[in-house]
Design a protein around this ligand. Structure first.
Ligand SMILES: Cc1ncc(COP(=O)(O)O)c(C=O)c1O
Length: 422
């Protein structure tokens, strides 16, 4: 097969004025996008400025920003205290090749809210955090296999992509795919059977407690308890992926469940709007990263722990007090109730927890892509920016009035679609 055959048809000519072409006539960015997750069918506008809960695009439109860079900006755009923290760090040199104080600060703040865990290793993204957590688990246990719940998303490393099933693993070596066992969300029998069948080969059970791509259905307490018990019984590491869900509880979403993992991965909000990820874990596991130890595993990253992400992230965590989390969560509850009252009669269901909400056809775990894109555009046309998967994330600058407005715009958008496709 030639490279052209294997890569699929060349992109259709794109007349979008945003798409800049290179010397051979191709868009400088594949498909015209810098991230797959920007894809919403027709070409979206560009962001030019954000302030608080508002975002302006290059067509002059003002939007309520409920995308918040895919749930990252829990304090909205350009929060003055985060800008100040980042500017302070940038003005003294944005990154160095020796340790800095800001990484200790952010580590201390993270560990304060994650009782039972001892140490932090920073990365540059959630993808790297999950990939590193899995490597730690493999190194600690001397085993290769990983159990994940089906349909989740844990970033775009080879191993993490396997959670999405066969549709997600193009380009992932078969050997990697073969190391991952998927179990249906909340199916305790399947989890037990999968683990017990080959316990001595399993390094980690990786769980996202509110997997957006798998229908934003929460993991049940019983399922998480079973995972914890199976991990303990068989010397497997329990990894809870809180890249998104950390915002949902004063002690993360795992705190709401009262279950401590061996390793917790996070990212997004803990960089205050700058690139970040972190593995947080028990010392017994994290010690494999200690470079003073014989046989430690290598983990670095030129920008890992950079002072800008660390300082802005520390300020973001300081501002995200338990009271703030509970106020945000209450507003999320209000928004879910308000949207549900208007869209449920048409056959739509509003799901979510805390400050996250998303609309699905009642009973469905996924929305077909054309419907998802129609809903995205219907919301956009009403001045509401959702994630491409239609997830709405509240931010602290959103007042009760803004959340009411957001809920109205989302309801209007859903209603404009009529009944969901069956
Ligand atoms: C649960 C979860 N894990 C991992 C990731 C990957 O994080 P990042 O996009 O920072 O690489 C994401 C991203 O959305 C996520 O939702």
């Amino acid at each position: 097969m030639t490279m052209q055959e294997s890569a699929g048809a060349p992109a259709a000519p794109n007349s979008d004025p945003h798409v800049r072409l290179g010397p051979r006539g191709f868009p400088l960015l594949p498909g015209g996008y810098g991230r797959s997750a920007y894809h919403v069918g027709a070409a979206p506008s560009y962001a030019v400025r954000g302030e608080g809960h508002r975002l302006w695009d290059d067509r002059g439109r003002e939007l309520i920003d409920a995308n918040n860079n895919f749930t990252t900006l829990v304090h909205g755009n350009a929060h003055p205290e985060l800008v100040e923290a980042a500017a302070r760090a940038m003005s003294t040199g944005s990154c160095w090749g020796i340790p800095n104080d800001d990484e200790w600060d952010l580590a201390a703040l993270l560990l304060d809210r994650l009782p039972g865990l001892d140490q932090v290793r920073f990365t540059n993204s959630g993808t790297e955090a999950v990939m590193s957590a899995i490597r730690i688990a493999r190194a600690v246990t001397g085993r290769d296999h990983v159990v994940m719940t089906r349909g989740g998303y844990h970033g775009s490393s080879d191993v993490a992509l396997c959670a999405g099933g066969s549709a997600s693993v193009r380009g992932v070596p078969q050997a990697v795919v073969g190391d991952v066992q998927l179990v249906p969300l909340n199916d305790i029998d399947a989890l037990r059977q999968t683990v017990e069948e080959e316990a001595q080969r399993i390094a980690a059970i990786v769980i996202d407690l509110l997997p957006n791509r798998a229908g934003l259905i929460p993991v049940s307490r019983e399922f998480l308890r079973a995972a914890r018990a199976l991990a303990d019984r068989h010397g497997i590491l329990l990894v809870i992926d809180e890249v998104i869900s950390l915002r949902l509880g004063a002690n993360g979403l795992s705190g709401e469940y009262g279950i401590t993992p061996d390793l917790l991965t996070t990212g997004k909000l803990i960089g205050g709007g700058f690139p970040v990820g972190a593995v947080v874990g028990r010392e017994e596991a994290m010690r494999v990263l200690d470079p003073r130890q014989q046989g430690s595993i290598a983990h670095s990253g030129t920008f890992s722990g950079n002072p800008v992400s660390m300082a802005a992230g520390a300020q973001a965590l300081r501002l995200l007090t338990p009271e703030t989390v509970s106020r945000l969560n209450q507003r999320g509850e209000d928004a879910r109730r308000a949207v549900s009252a208007r869209v449920a009669p048409l056959g739509w269901e509003v799901r979510g927890f805390g400050s996250l909400l998303r609309v699905f056809p009642a009973g469905a775990t996924r929305v077909d892509e054309p419907t998802q894109q129609r809903l995205w555009w219907a919301a956009y046309d009403r001045g509401l920016l959702l994630s491409s998967a239609n997830l709405a994330a509240l931010s602290t600058p959103m007042t009760d009035e803004v959340v009411t407005d957001l809920a109205d715009r989302l309801s209007d958008a859903v209603i404009s679609l009529g009944e969901p496709p069956r």
